[in-house]
Design a protein around this ligand. Structure first.
Ligand code: FES
Length: 62
């Protein structure tokens, strides 16, 4: 999946999420604990969850 900005508040890109999945993150809640995605304005939550699922499919992890 192409790299792009997902969370403007915390400057989180697709590649940042991918790196966290490679290190073991599996749920959106895991990402929130790691980088606080969605915590400030919450505008990126829907997109962030879609990006996470797409990355997991791409990497073949559950
Ligand atoms: S854009 Fe992600 S918390 Fe605001």
């Amino acid at each position: 999946m192409k790299n792009r900005l997902v969370c403007e508040c915390y400057n989180i890109y697709v590649e940042d999420i991918k790196n966290e999945v490679l290190k073991g993150a599996r749920t959106f809640e895991d990402l929130v604990k790691i980088n606080r995605i969605g915590v400030m304005c919450s505008a990126c939550i829907g997109d962030g969850k879609r990006v996470l699922e797409e990355i997991k499919t791409e990497l073949g992890v559950d």
